[in-house]
Design a binder for this molecule. Sequence first.
Ligand SMILES: Nc1ncnc2c1ncn2[C@@H]1O[C@H](COP(=O)(O)OP(=O)(O)OP(=O)(O)O)[C@@H](O)[C@H]1O
Ligand SMILES: [Mg+2]
Length: 166
Amino acid sequence: MAVSGRDHTLFLADEAATEALGRALATAVRRSGKGATVFLRGNLGMGKTTLSRGVMRGMGHEGAVKSPTYTIVEPYEHLRPEVYHFDLYRLGDPEELEYLGIRDYFGGSSLCLIEWAERGDGILPVPDVQITIEPEVDGRRASLRSLTPTGNALLECLQASRLAGF
Ligand SMILES: Nc1ncnc2c1ncn2[C@@H]1O[C@H](COP(=O)(O)OP(=O)(O)OP(=O)(O)O)[C@@H](O)[C@H]1O
Ligand SMILES: [Mg+2]
């Protein structure tokens, strides 16, 4: 099934469901054998960090997953692929990303998860997958969209294995 260009939406009833989507994404990335860039969109408190925690757990990380709000990026270099978790909420200017040497993180073999990617407009690359989280009833609605062949493959893997309950 073609997945490019249209959103797949799923209902996330609670925090555990958001984490489970993250774990499913981690499995798809591991199976792909390569890195990816994922934008996590959604308002304050929508569950972007919760989903990221699920990804890290799915990769085998057992320690804490803290929000990188103040550090901008939190590296998880012991994971395979290596994961870089960004939160650009406090970024003053997209150019600040240049000083952080962010180009080194992208397009390689690592998985980059980026909260508040819109604050890095013009500097960040096109993501492979964009996940938008919005409120729905007492839970959330997640819309997943692929923007590259790598993203297509990831969403197809999620679908094929019903990992995310599509
Ligand atoms: N599917 C869900 N249904 C209801 N609550 C949820 C769901 N997923 C996550 N939450 C709750 O949303 C709250 C905020 O989560 P989180 O910190 O992950 O948001 P965030 O999008 O990273 O926010 P910020 O923009 O401040 O970084 C947490 O209390 C979490 O338990
Ligand atoms: Mg967050």
